[in-house]
Design a protein around this ligand. Structure first.
Ligand SMILES: O=C(O)CCC(=O)C(=O)O
Ligand SMILES: [Fe+2]
Length: 214
């Protein structure tokens, strides 16, 4: 892990609704996440009706992911960013092999925080994440968005392309609007995500909500 300017990261997280930290997960751990997630994917028997490319609940299949959600290096940072210890809900793997596997603009939930770790280099060509800066402060304006409904926000003035290298991590507020476009060049684009709620009182509710969101 590299040196982190926590007050700058907090500022970005609070003002923009997300912050990217470079080289956060060390290469050996990125490989291990990928190796174990690929095993879960190879053995899965249940598929989401809407998405072929999202596998949730990795922690139910492999305790490694339960430990990583609870004790990984992201937990200390997220605690700082949220000002409260995050409550882990689920961890997921997002692949993107076909151009059709788009995740349309959406927000994830109301409370807590989300992390997404790049397993492969990701950019516009293979369908990187995009965020609308500051959208977490405009919940009403974006409340119509659903991950399965196309809405083109690509020319929004506050859009940011999250170009990332393996081991880079993005921390974002679940209310920050985000999406990922088509994979144009077919290069692998895998990401590991953990979703946390910030308020233990909401854990059950958020788990329910998370079932329906990307
Ligand atoms: O990786 C993707 O394509 C979408 C990720 C996402 O929606 C999330 O991490 O909440
Ligand atoms: Fe999402």
């Amino acid at each position: 892990m590299v040196d982190i300017d926590i007050s700058y990261s907090k500022k970005r997280f609070n003002e923009d609704g997300f912050v990217i930290l470079r080289h956060f997960i060390d290469p050996e751990q990125v490989k291990e996440i990928c190796r174990r997630a690929e095993i879960v994917l190879a053995n899965r028997t249940e598929y989401s009706d809407r998405y072929t490319n999202i596998t949730k609940g990795l922690e139910k299949v492999d305790d490694y992911f339960e430990d990583l959600m609870r004790q990984g290096p992201q937990v200390a940072i997220l605690t700082e960013l949220l000002g409260t210890p995050p409550v882990p809900i689920t961890s997921s793997f997002f692949t993107k092999n076909k151009a059709s596997e788009e995740v349309n603009p959406h927000s994830d939930a109301i409370y807590g925080g989300v992390i997404w770790v790049a397993i492969d280099p990701t950019n516009r060509e293979n369908g990187c994440l995009h965020f609308i800066k500051g959208s977490h402060l405009k919940e009403e304006e974006f409340s119509y968005l659903r991950p399965h409904e196309p809405n083109d926000l690509s020319s929004h003035p506050d859009v940011v392309e999250a170009i990332m290298e393996p081991g880079d991590i993005v921390f974002f507020r679940p209310t920050t609007v985000h999406w990922s476009g088509p994979n144009h060049n077919g290069l692998p684009r895998r990401g590991f995500n953990c979703f946390y709620t910030g308020d233990p009182g909401n854990a059950g509710q958020e788990k329910e909500l998370r079932k329906h969101l990307a």
